[in-house]
Design a protein around this ligand. Structure first.
Ligand code: FES
Length: 162
């Protein structure tokens, strides 16, 4: 064998067009099947939005002294016990949804975000709020506790009496 013959490398094996297209085809098929499978599997685990229950107990009537306005941070409501009865008022401002505060000295609800104010019955007194604070239905549960249902709104004159 001459020196020249030893320097000549053998050509590397070329991938034929047919083989290349076969790989691309199988690769596409496998990719689409895996994608379909993952998409289908994703339906088994949907995005569930766990919202708080719309109906909940807030304690016994005797837990609320007459004249008291108690805020439930868990449910964003105020429980008012007035001479006429109980009321459950939403603490969510009707402007953009901030949580209002009760101001005892001014005898009104005040929104910390943009300054809307509401009467003790939830009526808008001033500010950008577009409507009154919602009042929710109250019933007495079988165990004697107050049951608030935020799916049912009541008029401002509707009090729950024990
Ligand atoms: S969110 Fe209450 S006034 Fe804007």
């Amino acid at each position: 064998m001459s020196q020249e013959d030893q320097n000549i490398e053998e050509p590397k094996e070329k991938i034929s067009r047919r083989k290349f297209l076969l790989w691309v085809g199988w690769g596409s098929l496998v990719t689409s099947l895996v994608g379909s499978f993952l998409g289908t599997a994703r339906f088994l685990f949907p995005n569930v939005l766990f919202e708080p229950p719309s109906s909940f107990k807030v304690g016994k009537p005797e837990d609320y002294a007459e004249g008291s306005i108690i805020f439930s941070e868990e449910h964003n409501i105020f429980i008012l016990h007035e001479k006429a009865g109980f009321r459950a008022i939403s603490a969510v401002c009707t402007h953009v949804g901030c949580i209002v505060n009760w101001n005892q000295s001014q005898n009104k609800f005040i929104c910390p975000c943009h300054g809307s104010t509401f009467s003790p019955t939830g009526e808008v007194l001033s500010g950008a709020a577009i409507g009154p604070l919602k009042s929710f239905s109250i019933e007495l549960a079988k165990d004697g506790k107050l049951l608030v249902d935020t799916r049912k709104t009541v008029k401002k004159e509707d009090y729950f009496r024990v």
